[in-house]
Each structure stands twice: as structure tokens, then as C-alpha cells.
Design a protein around this ligand. Structure first.
Ligand SMILES: C[S@@+](CC[C@H](N)C(=O)[O-])C[C@H]1O[C@@H](n2cnc3c(N)ncnc32)[C@H](O)[C@@H]1O
Length: 270
């Protein structure tokens, strides 16, 4: 991990900062009360550690490369500030953080955080190869080690759904986002059109888990988890309600590729 850049930024990877509000120092609930998929931190971290070496390959394969386009849309709809700081939460192998770094000027800091070290290591390798300026931080999204109102833009791609407690994750994103700053959530969704939805669900339940598990060669059934976690995660107005409850306004949702993904953009209340 690029400790020098982190030290320069005044961040301590994996550490909590004293500025955190007392409520957030409570141990987070490891599992949402209404969730049927096990999203405990240990399970999710272990699963991503196992698939990390092949994560990018499987992403490209299962999406036919469309995921690259979705990140491009995210960067153009929620562009980097001219100067300031961006945080990509649940950055994984860092594709969204790297896309932001490529489009950001010299006065913008791009920070990428995740609690799964093997995923971050892939991102670090990629940034070393490309020379991208990204600060990598090992941290739990439910206990972000940053002071309040640090970032102009907070982003999360295919990550919010994996956080054990969605409301706690969103509250942390709201806390570290400055008033008037923006939040961009890129997440899977399900097509609205009944016919397309039926066909897509068949692929999503039967083909995708087998293909993904075979190529990523994992024992934790990560791509069955992918299907189940997407089917039970709130989308559209239900997600917008959670985002508003966390302290954001002007919540807009843009369906992508027939509704199999959605980009939700919101503004932090002043
Ligand atoms: C599906 S991957 C998405 C990675 C990346 N954002 C992308 O677009 O490809 C989800 C990531 O969320 C991370 N994650 C899940 N829960 C987390 C938490 N509570 N704190 C930090 N990272 C978390 C996992 O480690 C994993 O790297």
C-alpha cells in the first residue's frame, strides 16, 4: 500500500479517527435485520479475497465489458471537482477510482477505500502500472477513518449492496461528504419491463452463478451471492428513500442498459 501518499494525506489506513461521532463508534450491526443473504464483514471480506485475482476478468466476461461503460457514465454524470477530494468507497480493485483519477486535474485528491486487502492490492498494482495518483486506504465503509465533510464527491460502485448495514454505510458516506457535495451510487438493478426481466432473471439465476463461480474458481459461491444480494437489494424509490434518510437531497436515478444497473446521484444537505 502506498503508505507515503497516505501519510502525506494525514490518513492512517485501517484506523479510526478521533473525529468520528459517538453514535458511529458503536459496533455496527453485522447483518441487516431483514436480509436473508449473509453479509457479515468476515464472510464478504473472505469471499472477495478469494475472487480478487480474477475479479476484473469475471466482471468483463459477465457484463461483456458494459461495466466499463457504466463507470464512464458515472464519471461524466458526477464529474470530479476542479479542486478538492473524491472518495471511492468499496473500491475493490479500484476501477472507478482509477477512472476518476484519469479525469481529474492536479488539484484533486482521489482516495480509494475497501476493507479487503487482496482487492486493494490489485488496484495498487494497476495504479503503479498506469502511474495514476490514487491514495489507497484499507478501511470498513461502516467506520470510515476520515473527519466529517472531507470530500466533495463520494462514490460507490457495486459496493453499497455488500455493506452489512446499508443505512450505516450511507450515514458514513453522508458524514464524510461536505454539505453541497455529491454522492454517486452505481449498483445493479432489475429491468422494469416484465418480459426482459423474466429473461434476465433466468440468466441471472441460472447462468451467471455457474459461469462466475467456474471462472473465479472459488469455494464461497460468490456469484450465487451476487444474484441473491441483487434480488433483495432496494432499487429505485426504495433506494432513494434510504439515501434521503441518510441526509441527501435531489436524489436522481438513471437506469442503465435496460435497467440492469442504475446510477443514483444525490446532493449532501447543507
Ligand atoms: C462487487 S465489489 C465492487 C468493487 C468496485 N467498486 C467495482 O466497481 O468493481 C464490492 C467491494 O465492496 C467491498 N466491501 C463490502 N463491504 C465492505 C465494507 N463494509 N467496508 C469496505 N469494503 C466493503 C468488498 O471488499 C469488495 O471489494
Amino acid at each position: 500500500m502506498g503508505h507515503h501518499s497516505l501519510a502525506a494525506a494525514g490518513f492512517r489506513p485501517g484506523c479510526r479517527m478521533a473525529e468520528r461521532s459517538p453514535a458511529l463508534s458503536e459496533p455496527p450491526r453485522e447483518r441487516a435485520a431483514d436480509a436473508t443473504v449473509d453479509k457479515s464483514g468476515a464472510r464478504v471480506r473472505g469471499m472477495f479475497a478469494e475472487i480478487a485475482p480474477r475479479y476484473d476478468l469475471v466482471n468483463r466476461m459477465l457484463s461483456g465489458g458494459i461495466d466499463v461503460w457504466w463507470r464512464h457514465v458515472t464519471v461524466s454524470r458526477a464529474p470530479p471537482p476542479a479542486a478538492g477530494a473524491i472518495l471511492d468507497v468499496c473500491t475493490g480493485t479500484g476501477d472507478l477510482a482509477l477512472a476518476y483519477a484519469a479525469k481529474s486535474g492536479p488539484h484533486v485528491r482521489v482516495v480509494a477505500s475497501d476493507f479487503c486487502r487482496p482487492m486493494l492490492d490489485r488496484g495498487i498494482e494497476k495504479s503503479q502500472r498506469s502511474g495514476a495518483r490514487v491514495e489507497w486506504i484499507e478501511a470498513d465503509a461502516m467506520r470510515l477513518p476520515f473527519p466529517d465533510a472531507t470530500f466533495d464527491l463520494v462514490t460507490v460502485a457495486f459496493g453499497l449492496r455488500n455493506i452489512a448495514d446499508t443505512a450505516t454505510g450511507l450515514a458514513e458516506m453522508a458524514r464524510v461528504c461536505r454539505p453541497g457535495g455529491r454522492l454517486a451510487i452505481l449498483e445493479f438493478a432489475l429491468p422494469r419491463n416484465r418480459l426482459i426481466r423474466t429473461g434476465y432473471l433466468w440468466y441471472f439465476r441460472n447462468v451467471l452463478p455457474r459461469l462466475g463461480n467456474a471462472v473465479a474458481r472459488n469455494g464461497s459461491d460468490a456469484y450465487t451471492y451476487l444474484n441473491r444480494s441483487v434480488e433483495e437489494f432496494p432499487t429505485g424509490e426504495a433506494l432513494a428513500t434510504l439515501v434521503r434518510a441518510a441526509g441527501f437531497t435531489q436524489v436522481d436515478s438513471l437506469p442503465l442498459t435496460g435497467g440492469i444497473a442504475a446510477l443514483t446521484i444525490a446532493t449532501r444537505q447543507a
